[in-house]
Design a protein around this ligand. Structure first.
Ligand code: COA
Length: 221
């Protein structure tokens, strides 16, 4: 029986709920509940898992590890902002890999990252910190996925691809070998990416073409 660690999942939306379900298949983690900033949700049960409250719930469980599971195609940078606001050391973060995913011995995954079911990392792939990888993603030799990137379900990366920090790859996108996706860019679902995507742009289609810039984010006061 492996050692068990307490786990908190920050965010009780779609990705957080998926991660909570995945954690039920990982005997090394004991899920305490969700952390969620909406005070009206505290005490609620989501898929049978309690919402414990806002960030104070992390202070109340100093031995628990944390994963920040927020991020939608339109959530530009929100996961990074939460991690920066929490200010926790990397050792407080869990790295969660569903048991049906396959991570080659030469591949690496950073703290706070989540890899959902059936994903494969073939050889010498590097996945940074706080990266979200949905089910059925294929990451092949020498790919680099930088911190805070999100890869939606069914994406396939050719070899030597670089996905910049905070970039979002939409469901089912295909990336030719060696392409570079600029930091903060968004690739639409089903895109076939044949060329490098500059930072901060939305590309979509087959072959993928520039659609629009990523909107400038509004800072809350
Ligand atoms: C690319 C994307 C961000 C564009 O969203 P948007 O800016 O709101 O764009 P719109 O829906 O207004 O569409 C703008 C144009 O782009 C086209 N378009 C939108 N998404 C497209 C896509 N994925 N592939 C090809 N064309 C697309 C639309 O048909 C439209 O074309 P038109 O102007 O000729 O009518 C979005 O469609 C997308 O693919 N998001 C990723 C979704 C995803 O993978 N979610 C994962 C679930 S967890």
């Amino acid at each position: 029986m492996p050692d068990t660690h307490d786990l908190l999942i920050y965010g009780a939306g779609g990705f957080g709920r998926e991660t909570a379900q995945a954690a039920t298949a990982m005997p090394e983690w004991r899920l305490l509940g969700f952390v969620d900033d909406d005070p009206d949700r505290a005490g609620a049960l989501v898929d049978g898992v309690p919402i414990l409250g806002g960030a104070k719930a992390i202070e109340a469980a100093p031995d628990a590890r944390v994963v920040v599971c927020v991020g939608s195609p339109t959530g530009y940078g929100v996961r990074r902002r939460i991690v920066e606001r929490l200010g926790l050391p990397p050792s407080r973060y869990a790295t969660l890999v569903h048991p049906s995913a396959w991570v080659s011995p030469s591949s690496r995954i950073g703290p706070g990252s989540v890899v959902l079911a059936q994903t494969v990392l073939t050889a010498s792939a590097r996945v940074g910190a706080h990266v979200a990888i949905m089910p059925h993603v294929t990451i092949t030799h020498d790919d680099v996925v930088e911190d805070y990137a999100t890869i939606a379900s069914g994406v396939r990366l050719g070899g030597g691809v670089r996905v910049g920090a905070g970039a979002y790859l939409g469901a089912g996108a295909l990336l030719r070998e060696g392409v570079v996706i600029g930091p903060g860019s968004l690739v639409g679902m089903g895109a076939v990416v044949l060329r490098d995507v500059p930072p901060g742009e939305v590309w979509a289609g087959s072959p993928a073409r520039h659609l629009r810039p990523v909107p400038h984010r509004k800072e809350s006061p």
